[in-house]
Design a protein around this ligand. Structure first.
Ligand SMILES: Nc1ncnc2c1ncn2[C@@H]1O[C@H](COP(=O)(O)OP(=O)(O)OP(=O)(O)O)[C@@H](O)[C@H]1O
Ligand SMILES: [Mg+2]
Length: 242
């Protein structure tokens, strides 16, 4: 579905070096790594906000070079929610489909379904500034899913939330992902979030993908000392508790 073939990019002092990755259709893939290692840059390359200096990215077998960002059918959910402050919740969720040619009764129905699924039906008239972090993140998930993306990029979506809210939202996200059948690339530095969500995990350290594997496999068998010391602090039963 998404393939990085020897992708490199230099941004200021930072370099992403020779990244090779293969993300399968329909899988939930988590990129796990400490801060400043290039996780967001990888998502922005997939979204088409950056172009690689070297190497190639393929989306569905096609060279991404030839697919303009707006035609990639990608949804992007940011850590800071990025909702429109001057639009109420309904209008935030309906924003994307309203730009297209979708008739408004259909938009209304889709907003209602998503709002029910995410437990935000009572918030549709409210403005983002009046919502809690967890509520805002539910709205931004609804705003992404309503576009029925083929690929959903999640950049530390639950970073700012307390552990219980995070666990609840992880469960809801997993349910939505199964229902909408998209491919998810999720970025986090949070081990428990990775453990709760990922089918496979890619560990990234200092701009390099160090290890890719099943989520338990990576925690149980770190490939080398660097991966081990990054993962080392967390006992397995905490990571997979959710
Ligand atoms: N346009 C840019 N120009 C210069 N440097 C950049 C640019 N974009 C990103 N960087 C640098 O590249 C490095 C990797 O950034 P990135 O945002 O991918 O980190 P990250 O792994 O997502 O970290 P975090 O977990 O803190 O979000 C950082 O040092 C960042 O400052
Ligand atoms: Mg980031």
């Amino acid at each position: 579905m998404i393939r990085f073939a020897d992708v490199s990019i230099k941004l200021g002092d930072f370099s992403l070096k020779n990244v090779n990755l293969e993300i399968k259709e329909g899988e939930f893939f988590t990129i796990l790594g400490p801060t400043g290692t290039g996780k967001t840059v990888i998502l922005e390359l997939i979204a088409g906000l950056y172009r690689p200096d070297a190497g190639k990215i393929f989306i569905n077998g096609a060279d991404a070079e030839n697919i303009p960002p707006e035609r990639r059918k990608i949804g992007f959910v940011y850590q800071d929610y990025a909702l429109f402050p001057h639009l109420n919740v309904y209008k935030n969720i309906a924003f994307g489909p309203q730009l297209g040619k979708i008739p408004s009764p259909i938009i209304k129905e889709r907003v209602k379904d998503l709002a029910d699924m995410l437990g935000i039906a009572h918030l549709l008239e409210r403005f983002p500034g009046t919502l809690s972090g967890g509520e805002q993140q539910r709205v931004s998930l609804a705003r992404a899913f309503i576009m029925k993306p083929r690929i959903l990029l999640l950049d530390e979506p639950f970073g700012a939330l307390d552990p219980n809210t995070k666990r609840m939202l992880c469960r809801e996200l997993k349910k939505m992902y199964l229902q909408y059948q998209c491919t998810v690339i999720h970025v986090t530095h949070d081990f428990s979030e990775a453990g709760m969500l990922a089918d496979r995990i890619g560990i990234i350290l200092e701009g390099r993908v160090r290890q890719v594997g099943g989520s338990r496999e990576v925690f149980e068998n770190p490939l080398d000392q660097k991966v081990a010391s990054f993962l080392g602090a967390e006992p397995l039963k905490t990571v997979f508790a959710g």
